[in-house]
Design a protein around this ligand. Structure first.
Ligand SMILES: C[S@@+](CC[C@H](N)C(=O)[O-])C[C@H]1O[C@@H](n2cnc3c(N)ncnc32)[C@H](O)[C@@H]1O
Length: 353
C-alpha cells in the first residue's frame, strides 16, 4: 500500500468547516481521539525551533533531525547513544581527538577558546580542554546548542572533570544564521582566537550543509579555526555504515522526535537503510497504526503505513568533504584520521570573509 500522509486543515471554532488556509491560526475543535500537542512540543523545544518548521517537515514526510536532541529526554538519549558500543562512532572520534589533542592545540591553534557547536554531552571537548590546561594553565569552554538541557549536560560534564575551566552555555540555532555577535564577545573577553568544534557527524545531519558552513564561517575571524569530525565512505565500508544505527540506543535517540509529538515506539517500527543516491544513512519510522493530533491549529494525520524520515546522516568521501569545505570558503590546515581510515577530523580556517 502506498503510504499516505495528510496535513488537514483544522476546522474552525466558528464554523466547523475548512478555512482553506494552509496554516490556520484559529483554534481547532478537537475530535475525541485527536489531542493538541502544541504545548507539549513547546515544552521540549523552547523557542529555537518553530512549530511551522515541524509542520513543513511533516509535509515532506520527515521531522527535523535536531528534534532527536530536544528536551531532557533528548539529552539523555544522546548521552547514552554516543557512549554506546553499538554506535561506536562516539568512541572512535573521542579517541582520535585524545590522540591528537597536542597536535591540534599546541602545534596548530595555540591558546584558544573552545566553542563546542552542537555540544552534545561535551565529552569530546575534554581532551582539548585538558591540553589547554596543561599547556597554558587556563581554558575557556562555550557549550553552544539549540537545547538548554543539552548545554546543561555538557557544562556539568566539563565541570566534573576539569573544575578550573571557565564554561558558559549559549542557545543558538546554527541552521538559522551566523552567531558572530557571540563569537566576537568571546574573542574580546579572552583576547584569544576561537576554535569551533563541529563534531559527531553533525555536518551530515544538516539539510543544508552549505548554509550551516556559511553560518559557521561568518562567525569566525581569520585567526579562528574550525574542527569538523565525520565518518567517511572509504569504498569498502558501505555495508558497515548502517550498522552504527541499528541499536536500541539509536532508536531511542531518533525516536525522541516522535516522542515529542506524543507517539509511542509500539505505534510503528524502525527502518534503517543506506540511500546510495543521496549518499546517506536514513532512519525511518513506519506507522503501524493511524495517529492524529493537532499542532498549532492544524490537524496532522499519520496514516497506517506512513514512513517518517527521522534522521539522515550524509556520508562523505575525503574528496567530497574537502570540496564542500572549499566551496564554502575554508582551507584545510591539517587532517587526522583513524587507522581504518573511516573517521576523519579536519581542521580548517576561513579564507572568505
Ligand atoms: C550528532 S549530535 C553531536 C553532539 C556532539 N558534538 C558530539 O559529537 O558528541 C548533534 C548536536 O547538535 C545539536 N543540534 C542539532 N541541530 C542543531 C541546530 N540547528 N542548532 C543548534 N544545535 C543543534 C544537538 O542538540 C546535538 O547536541
Amino acid at each position: 500500500m502506498a503510504p499516505t500522509f495528510r496535513i488537514l486543515f483544522a476546522p474552525t471554532v466558528a464554523g466547523n468547516e475548512h478555512t482553506g488556509e494552509l496554516f490556520s491560526r484559529k483554534r481547532p475543535l478537537k475530535g475525541a481521539d485527536t489531542v493538541d500537542v502544541t504545548e507539549r512540543i513547546r515544552s521540549f523545544l523552547g523557542h529555537t525551533i518553530e512549530l511551522s518548521e515541524i509542520l513543513a517537515s511533516l509535509k515532506r514526510g520527515e521531522l527535523p533531525t535536531a528534534l532527536a536532541y530536544a528536551g531532557k529526554s533528548g539529552a539523555k538519549a544522546w548521552a547514552e547513544l554516543v557512549s554506546s558500543e553499538g554506535y561506536g562512532l562516539g568512541k572512535i572520534e573521542t579517541d582520535l581527538i585524545a590522540r591528537h589533542a597536542g597536535g591540534i592545540i599546541v602545534s596548530e591553534c595555540g591558546e584558544t577558546s573552545i566553542l563546542d557547536v552542537g555540544c552534545g554531552n561535551g565529552m569530546k571537548a575534554l581532551p582539548l580542554l585538558a591540553e589547554l590546561m596543561k599547556t597554558f594553565g587556563t581554558a575557556r569552554y562555550v557549550a553552544i546548542d539549540a537545547f538548554e538541557p543539552m548545554i546543561a549536560l555538557a557544562m556539568a560534564n566539563i565541570k566534573k572533570t576539569l573544575k578550573k575551566v571557565r564554561s558558559t552555555g549559549e542557545i543558538v540555532n546554527f541552521e538559522k544564521g551566523n552567531f558572530s555577535q557571540l563569537t566576537r564577545i568571546i574573542r574580546a573577553e579572552t583576547g584569544r582566537p576561537n576554535l569551533l568544534l563541529f563534531l559527531g557527524n553533525t555536518v551530515g545531519n544538516c539539510r543544508s550543509p552549505d548554509q550551516v558552513l556559511t553560518n559557521l564561517r561568518e562567525s569566525m575571524a581569520p585567526e579562528d579555526r574550525l574542527l569538523i569530525g565525520t565518518e567517511l565512505i572509504t569504498g569498502d565500508n558501505l555495508a558497515a555504515l548502517t550498522e552504527h544505527y541499528k541499536s536500541k540506543a539509536n532508536n531511542d535517540n531518533i525516536f525522541n522526535s516522535l516522542h515529542i509529538l506524543g507517539i509511542k515506539q509500539k505505534d510503528g517500527e524502525f527502518r534503517i537503510s543506506y540511500n546510495p543516491t543521496a549518499s546517506r544513512v536514513e532512519a525511518k519510522f513506519v506507522m503501524r497504526t493511524e495517529k492524529k493530533f493537532f499542532i498549532d491549529g492544524q490537524e496532522v494525520v499519520l496514516a497506517k503505513g506512513q514512513e517518517i524520515l527521522l534522521m539522515f546522516s550524509h556520508k562523505y568521501t575525503r574528496e567530497s568533504l574537502n570540496s564542500l569545505l572549499k566551496s564554502n570558503g575554508f582551507e584545510t590546515v591539517k587532517t587526522f584520521s583513524n587507522e581504518d581510515g573511516n573517521y576523519f577530523l579536519i581542521l580548517v580556517k576561513p579564507v572568505k570573509y
